[in-house]
Design a protein around this ligand. Structure first.
Ligand code: ZN
Ligand code: FE
Length: 255
């Protein structure tokens, strides 16, 4: 099994970038919210930078690209369909394609909804997925550009990954997401368990990433639109899952 080293790099007020290093020593960063913390994390380890892999076009995910390219001469990968809104891409990607980091292979998943042409990077062997602003710990991104049906379809793709897959998301929004999740599913014991862990992590200044797909299926209301308990909590028993998801997302927007 190909090994993949993953380093969480807190950036800006609540963003995360992730350094990835495969067994051959190739290094990528998933998203570039700003330059300084990424450079510091690389230098601390004596690593170079070969690739920037972008999830979507928002400034808090791409603002550090130009500086990192100037400093390391690294290449940039991102969604082909969003090439006009992203920094200049050396490698254009789409759903179902794979991108290599040394010997490690990531499959590209289209997770449109927060933005259209938002992509996630899934390493099936290492069982890790980098979700940007699609799936968060106990939450999901706001639906800015796509439709709720599109976002539900995107989250459903992530929900079908191996439950052991670790999930590395673009922001530390966990405690806010936890408050909403508790409000809609106060009787969810798994949520209570996870919530206590996350509160302790944040109190100690630790990131709440990574979570896993399995943990999210048990506690993240935005992956639970098929669960009778969530449907009942939203007054939508028996409703279509996409409609249940949309109602949950709208309530969170106003929460
Ligand atoms: Zn975003
Ligand atoms: Fe963001």
């Amino acid at each position: 099994m190909a090994s993949l080293e993953i380093v969480t790099v807190p950036c800006r007020s609540d963003n995360y970038a992730y350094l990835l290093r495969d067994a051959s020593g190739a290094v990528a960063v998933v998203d570039a919210p700003e330059t300084a913390p990424i450079v510091a994390a690389l230098e601390e380890r004596g690593w170079g930078l070969d690739w920037i892999w972008l999830t979507h076009h928002h400034a808090d995910h791409v603002a550090g690209v130009a500086d990192l390219v100037a400093r390391y001469g690294c290449k940039v990968a991102g969604a082909r369909a969003d090439a006009e809104r992203l920094p200049k891409l050396d490698r254009m990607l789409g759903e179902g394609e794979t991108v290599a980091l040394g010997e490690a292979q990531a499959a590209v998943i289209d997770v449109s909804g927060h933005t259209v042409n938002h992509i996630a990077y899934h390493f099936p062997e290492a069982k890790a997925v980098f979700t940007g602003d699609s799936l968060f710990v106990l939450g999901c991104g706001r639906v800015f550009e796509g439709t709720h049906a599109m976002m539900w379809a995107s989250l459903s793709k992530l929900a079908r990954l191996d439950p052991a897959t670790t999930v590395w998301c673009g922001h530390e929004y966990t405690l806010g997401n936890l408050a909403f999740a508790r409000a809609v599913e106060p009787g969810n014991a798994k949520l209570a368990e996870q919530g206590a862990e996350y509160e302790q992590a944040r109190a100690e200044g630790r990131p709440t990433v990574p979570t896993t797909i399995g943990r999210e299926l048990a506690a993240n209301p935005f992956l639970r639109a098929k669960e009778p308990s969530l449907q009942a909590a939203l007054g939508l028993s028996g409703a279509d899952a996409a409609a249940v998801f949309a109602e949950a997302r709208r309530r969170k927007d106003a929460f």
